[in-house]
Ligand binder design. Sequence first.
Ligand code: URA
Length: 430
Amino acid sequence: MEPFAAVDVIRTKRDGSRLTTEQIDWVVDAYTRGVVAEEQLAALAMAIFLNGMDAEETARWTGAMIESGERLALRVSRPTVDKHSTGGVGDKITLPLAPLVAACGAAVPQLSGRGLGHTGGTLDKLESIPGWRAELSAEEIRDQLETVGAVVCAATPTLAPADRKLYALRDVTATVESVPLIASSIMSKKIAEGAGALVLDVKVGSGAFMKTPEQARELASALVGIGAAHGVATTALLTDMNTPLGRTVGNAVEVAEAVEVLRGGGPDDVVALTLALAREMLTLAGLTGVDPAPVLASGQAYETWCRMIRAQGGDPEAPLPKPEHVHVVTAPESGTLTRLDAYAVGIAAWRLGAGRARKEDPVQAAAGIRCHAKPGERVERGQPLLELHTDTPDTVPAALAALSGAYDVSENSNAPATSGEGIMLETLRS
Ligand code: URA
């Protein structure tokens, strides 16, 4: 006999009251077991979307989702710390960051997802490396963490299964954009993964989930609050996502740019954000005396990258896939590029084949966009502005339509370049 009726739990939240600890534990568990029906959880998710959950309810909801599966017991000899980004356009930071922090002495278990919609997925990017495999067993994750110090792989199916089911339901019931549901979804997977500390990169702007600093601050504060409630030291950085990060958006193109950073080059904004996140991660891991900048410059992080890729069957030296078709968009006039909209570039890359519309769809490894100029830089009329890469040239018109109105070139502008430290907006600590 079940202790509650789903309809009473739905009514409680529909009428604006708090859910009790017992109601939350039961409803999440009963949904995972299939006792609460999809339509009942859909109604509850909508009630939560409309009436919210307070910090205590959200922490408990997260705990119930963690308990729906297994926790990954890491037990490695180094301090463990992970990073999560709420998703952005051109956000390849995990690729240089995980090996960098490992080369500095911490262990980074980065269980990632595939992309859906306009923000790319880390696993899709890494799968453009010949031979690289995303699926690892819990034993392989632990071994690689001990020997290499960094693992980027697919989440194991037993990690927060309630979230997997609920996320799919939210996706089709217009209930994704709820701060307590987003925060509990992210943190249930991260806490179940077992890292001792967590740094969150909360993106703000046109290319992010959170379009305004106020929304991003609310999400960051919910995430940090859940971390504190579950004893996981958590820091959130709010970072700008109005323009793409770096100069590439897509799969193989982003891997190539990450390798440039690991070899001591790469765009200023990617380097600055990688170092800022690495510093926060090392602080939380107790490695306060280690400066990641010389470790990146020395090539040690690149060596760790190569070991990390090889450990998962990939060849870090192999040529990356090249697109069958390249379409160049040129600057309409001479002047300063004052705006390059992240959302539009993300949609265009997705339409070229870099992303997927349904989770079962394949992605094209070579699809994406190369940005020849970043906001604040001078361009001359007719000079390449954007390079569209695809294996399916029939997608180019739709990508160009997404880019219509996405950038401005102005003769008289003193717009600052958006690279470097300018992308860091605020920091919230637990
Ligand atoms: N990412 C997640 O993992 N969950 C959400 O709800 C939104 C983004």
